[in-house]
Design a protein around this ligand. Structure first.
Ligand code: DOR
Ligand code: ZN
Length: 355
């Protein structure tokens, strides 16, 4: 039987890049109009490494919010070799930081100030474990001899295993997982302190999408899309009902000039369409009844915040995705699935419901 409407609690996006300045103003409405909260990534051109910088960035986001938006940005600390454990503790205790992000140095966009060796941040990780502050991990090995398609699996073996063993109570989110190895790794951990976010693109496409009829930069992100069996494993994980998997779009805008270039940037701007894309996947997997937990409950439980109190209703009415968004200086932004039609549309929000 085909379902024609679906009502869930308002979701949260547990992995989002909002950028700054004009780009922030262009992309924020798409997230703020749909999600209750988002974990905001700290990889700005000048990374967010202090509590003061996080509060200032949060204020810039809040002042760019559309009027009446009920959206709460949750800020993260960009970890460097030199990060001071006391700064992390004070930032978390004072509410500036909700979590800290581990980028292996050079792994991705603006990751050049990231961590060169986990040993360098031992003091920070010990404090995070003590205070219950989640560590968000970009899980890719940066060893240049490791094949780009093997970097996630390699990271699990070489680095994540070591982190989890050294800090047995540290809460960890393995961000944007892309492989069967990662899905199994998280599924096998029964402790409840390890979780993973999954993006819409890794659920919808395998690596062929990047090369169909030519090179397609709008399907390029990091970690890169993988083989079909990995996609199938991610779809099983997302729709399994396990509380360890939750929604994190990794929506990462770059203007079309930066994407369609001799050295195109990694990142897919999925915010306008991610919910409808996830819904399509859950429907295809006959798991619509598990969508609310994935989108609106598991992440909140992991982060220890209450689920949102509004509901959101989708109709099974086709929606055509915008072709592009104009930036003020003539640049353009192309969203994920631009021009395509998806089966679900966002219809309405309720007023607050009882928790
Ligand atoms: O594709 C990606 N884009 N992966 C990342 O890890 C970073 C992100 C960005 O900031 O553009
Ligand atoms: Zn990201």
């Amino acid at each position: 039987m085909t379902v024609s409407t679906l009502t869930i609690r308002r979701p949260d996006d547990w992995h989002l890049h909002l950028r700054d300045g004009d780009m922030l103003r262009a992309v924020l409405p798409a997230s703020a109009s749909q999600y209750g909260r988002a974990i905001v990534m700290p990889n700005l051109r000048t990374p967010v490494t202090t509590a003061e910088a996080a509060v200032a960035y949060r204020e810039r986001i809040e002042s760019a919010l559309p009027r009446n938006a009920a959206f709460r940005p949750m800020m993260t600390c960009y970890l460097c070799d030199t990060t001071d454990p006391a700064e992390v503790r004070a930032g978390f205790d004072g509410g500036a930081f909700a979590a800290a992000k581990l980028y292996p140095a050079g792994a991705t966009t603006h990751a050049e100030y990231g961590v060169t060796s986990v040993d360098r941040i031992a003091g920070v990780l010990a404090v995070m474990q003590e205070i219950g502050m989640p560590l968000l991990v970009h899980g890719e090995s940066t060893d240049p001899t490791v094949d780009v398609f093997d970097r996630e699996a390699n990271f699990l073996r070489t680095t994540l295993t070591q982190i989890l063993a050294s800090y047995p109570r540290l809460k960890v989110v393995l961000e944007h997982i892309t492989t069967e190895e990662a899905a199994d790794f998280v599924m096998r951990d029964a402790s409840g302190r390890l979780a993973a976010t999954i993006t819409p693109q890794h659920l919808m496409f395998n690596r062929n999408a990047m090369f169909s009829g030519g090179i397609r930069p709008h399907y390029y992100c990091l970690p890169v899309l993988k083989r079909e069996h990995h996609r199938q494993a991610l779809r099983r994980a997302a729709t399994s009902g396990s509380p360890a998997f939750f929604l994190g779009t990794d929506s990462a805008p770059h203007d079309t000039g930066a994407k369609e270039s001799a050295c195109g940037c990694a990142g897919i701007f999925s915010a306008p369409v991610a919910l409808q894309a996830y819904l399509t996947v859950f429907e295809e997997e006959r798991a619509l009844h598990r969508f609310e937990a994935f989108a609106s409950e598991n992440g909140a439980n992991f982060y220890g915040v209450p689920p949102n109190r509004q509901t959101m209703t989708f109709h099974r009415t086709p929606m055509q995705v915008t072709g592009h968004i104009d930036l003020p200086d003539g640049r353009r932004l192309q969203p994920f699935l631009a021009g395509e039609t998806l089966p679900w549309s966002l219809a309405s929000f309720s007023q607050e419901i009882a928790s």
